[in-house]
Design a protein around this ligand. Structure first.
Ligand SMILES: [Zn+2]
Length: 173
């Protein structure tokens, strides 16, 4: 800590890497190096896009998928366009129940800052959906019990969270 420059660490004199005497070092006048401590912080303000209703409805504890009016495929997570035939989809609400397809213990830190350093991510096929949703799995007890086909249900965070996706997870029903 320096009384004038709060982020100053120190000033050090770097040696000539070629070991020359100061009078023979052409960089002699430039070898005093100040070091400062910088903390970089990035904030991103971004839109959640056409599927924002999905995130907004999470605040009301509703899981919204989209259904293609042409082929009837139900997309969860929702897509604004059916990826199979490019038809604009429509919103439907899904019950928060389904079955586990796969789960993995992950050494993954959420970029949004919440959650644990180690977590279980799982693919859940929600009742009424034709696609799989990747989300956190919690309250599973013994991880070896996370077998494909296990009945799952949605659970909602009781405390405020930083990102809408942290407001729910799946757990064994
Ligand atoms: Zn379709």
């Amino acid at each position: 800590m320096n009384e004038h420059i709060t982020r100053k660490i120190d000033a050090i004199t770097m040696p000539d890497p070629l070991g020359r005497a100061p009078e023979d070092d052409p960089w002699h006048a430039f070898r005093d190096i100040e070091r400062i401590d910088l903390a970089l912080e990035f904030n991103f303000r971004h839109s959640l896009g056409k599927v924002s209703r999905f995130f907004l409805e999470l605040e009301q504890h509703r899981l919204m998928a989209t259904r293609c009016p042409h082929c009837a495929k139900v997309w969860m997570p929702p897509r604004a366009l059916c990826a199979d035939d490019m038809t604009i989809t429509e919103w439907i609400e899904l019950p928060g129940r389904g079955n586990l397809e796969a789960a993995s213990l992950s050494a993954y830190t959420l970029t949004t800052g919440g959650g644990d350093a180690e977590l279980v991510l799982g693919y859940v096929r929600l009742d009424g959906a034709d696609t799989l949703m990747l989300q956190q799995i919690r309250n599973y007890g013994d991880a070896s019990a996370l077998e494909p086909g296990l009945a799952m249900m949605v659970a909602w965070a009781e405390q405020p969270v930083g990102h809408p996706m942290e407001s729910f997870w799946f757990e064994p029903a």
